[in-house]
Ligand binder design. Structure first.
Ligand code: SAH
Ligand code: SF4
Ligand code: F3S
Length: 478
């Protein structure tokens, strides 16, 4: 049996893998076992599926126990200081396994590999191989180098690599929801953010390969795809046309969404992340036109104050953001909206923090990821501004944001009580196998008693009966 570590949750470093089994797809085994653990955003989890595909092709089998692995990979995140700390702690835990099995290869992949490059080899002695997000095709070769007794590094970033032709091995075996990377990198230089440095320039993946992947997933029984990119609204792909033929026009995100939605009305389509400066009315109208494009938008605000937004180089201000929220409410009245918030960014005053709270009041987000600012070496903010808000003030502001969000989540969920929701059954509830769980259109988790007539992967109508601030509880109605 093949197993890999994976998680089904969305972005940020607080998520860490859980073991899920993988259908046996190994070609001819080379007798060596691979273990991968992923941290960070969903892009990283999606990349681990590409890595697994590349190595399964070379005959590696996978294991969910790193102690019995020949190759141990950790796919890392650099977004905040504590994300990196968590990886370093985890590497310490690998030390004793390596001491027992000196042939074990330990590799660091992903954003932290890209940020620290060969310095990693000096800082963490047990690491043998360091590979950046655009160099995964080189993995078999790099492993060979390590087999020959040297350490290996490839952190070259690419302007073209999208791994479009690689069929990711689905590590998430609920068999219902899958992620599809539609682009890589990021060209927005948000001053706090390390991603443009770790993931390189933005590039969009071939439209045909995206639609093909969605179709193959649907044919294999999947019922939901999430299109992934750091800024999906700037998706832009001009298909290559053989010489002498009519040039095809460029495909934008709204058009891509429509193409994926047309794969089947039974395939739910979600996407993440939308950038407030780029999300267009065309995207909103496209969402409105297709019943199977879920009414849910993750629209990170970061701050509710225009001066702070300018320092963050987000290129929109408070009014612009509110205008986008108004457009969403106008065009898709039932749309769920979630966000990301950073508290205590450089020079943020108490009044400016209050504006973040008042923005939250204005939108009443369904859900939010909330963070205290963490300075990242090499970013524009680290170069230009002093990280001058004391830790306890950042934390206190964060607590205020978290508490307010809890009220708003509850407010949104209470609004769902008494209404009927179309829910895709994703599996059994964590608490009890007498309950199913799945999400409604707005991405809210719904829990309801198992009904033998329906199985995982079916759509059902659920009447919301009660709620907590995180879960809607209900029952199936016909
Ligand atoms: N591309 C997405 C965000 C990816 S990073 C976007 O533009 O919205 C996910 C979230 O991590 C960000 O939205 C931000 O809220 C948070 N984040 C990024 N860098 C951070 C930092 N240095 N300190 C604290 N939070 C940060
Ligand atoms: Fe980072 Fe900004 Fe790019 Fe998001 S849009 S990944 S926050 S630079
Ligand atoms: Fe982290 Fe890299 Fe994603 S820094 S959030 S894993 S793009």
């Amino acid at each position: 049996m093949l197993d890999l570590i994976h998680s089904t949750k969305t972005h940020d470093e607080d998520r860490q893998g859980e073991a899920l089994s993988l259908p046996s797809t190994v070609k001819v085994s080379n007798g060596r076992k691979l273990y991968i653990e992923s941290y960070g955003c969903q892009m990283n989890f999606s990349d681990s599926e590409i890595v697994a595909s590349i190595l399964l092709d070379k005959g590696f089998e996978t294991t969910k126990d790193y102690k019995e692995a020949d190759v141990v990979f950790i796919n890392t995140c650099s977004i905040r200081e504590n994300a990196e700390q968590r990886v370093r702690n985890r590497l310490k835990e690998f030390e004793s396994a390596k001491a027992k099995n000196p042939g074990m290869i330990v590799g660091v992949l992903g954003c932290m590999a890209e940020r620290l490059k060969s310095k990693f080899l000096e800082e963490e002695k047990l690491v043998d191989v360091v590979v950046g997000p655009d160099a995964y095709r080189d993995l078999p070769n790099l492993i060979e180098k390590v087999d020959d007794g040297s350490k290996a590094v490839n952190v070259l970033l690419s302007r073209e690599e999208t791994y479009a032709d690689i069929n990711p091995v689905r590590l998430n075996t609920n068999g219902i929801s899958a992620f599809i990377s539609i682009m890589r990198g990021c060209d927005n230089m948000c001053s706090f953010c390390v991603v443009p440095f770790t993931r390189g320039r933005e590039r969009s993946r071939d439209t045909h390969s995206i639609v093909r992947e969605a179709r193959e997933l649907y044919n294999a029984g999947y019922k939901e795809v999430t299109l992934l990119g750091q800024n999906v609204d700037s998706y832009k792909y001009t298909p290559n046309v053989p010489e002498g033929e009519e040039p095809l026009s460029t495909v934008n995100f709204a058009q891509l969404l429509a193409l994926v939605a047309e794969v089947s009305p039974d395939l739910r389509v979600r996407f993440s992340t939308s950038h407030p400066k780029d999300i267009t009315d065309e995207v909103l109208y496209t969402m409105g036109r297709y019943e199977n494009i879920c009414n849910y938008i993750h629209l990170p605000v970061q701050s509710g104050n225009s001066r702070v937004l300018e320092l963050m180089n987000r290129t929109y201000d408070r009014e612009w953001y509110k205008d986008r929220v108004d457009a969403i409410r106008r065009i898709i009245p039932e749309c769920g909206i979630s966000t990301d918030v950073i508290t205590g960014f450089c020079t943020e005053t108490e009044e400016e923090h209050q504006e973040t709270l008042s923005m939250m009041e204005y939108v009443k987000y369904d859900f939010a990821y909330m963070f205290a600012y963490s300075e990242r070496p090499g970013t524009l903010a680290a170069k230009r501004y002093e990280d001058d808000i004391p830790e306890e003030i950042k934390k206190r502001r964060l607590t205020e944001v978290v508490n307010l969000q809890r009220e708003h989540s509850l407010f949104r969920l209470q609004h769902f009580v008494g209404k009927v929701h179309k829910v895709l059954i994703e599996g059994f509830s964590k608490r009890s196998d007498k309950d199913y769980c799945g999400r409604n259109d707005q991405n809210t988790m719904v829990v309801f008693p198992v009904d033998e007539r329906y199985k995982v992967g079916d759509y059902v109508h659920v009447l919301g009966q009660s709620c907590t601030s995180a879960t809607l509880i209900g029952k199936i109605v016909d």
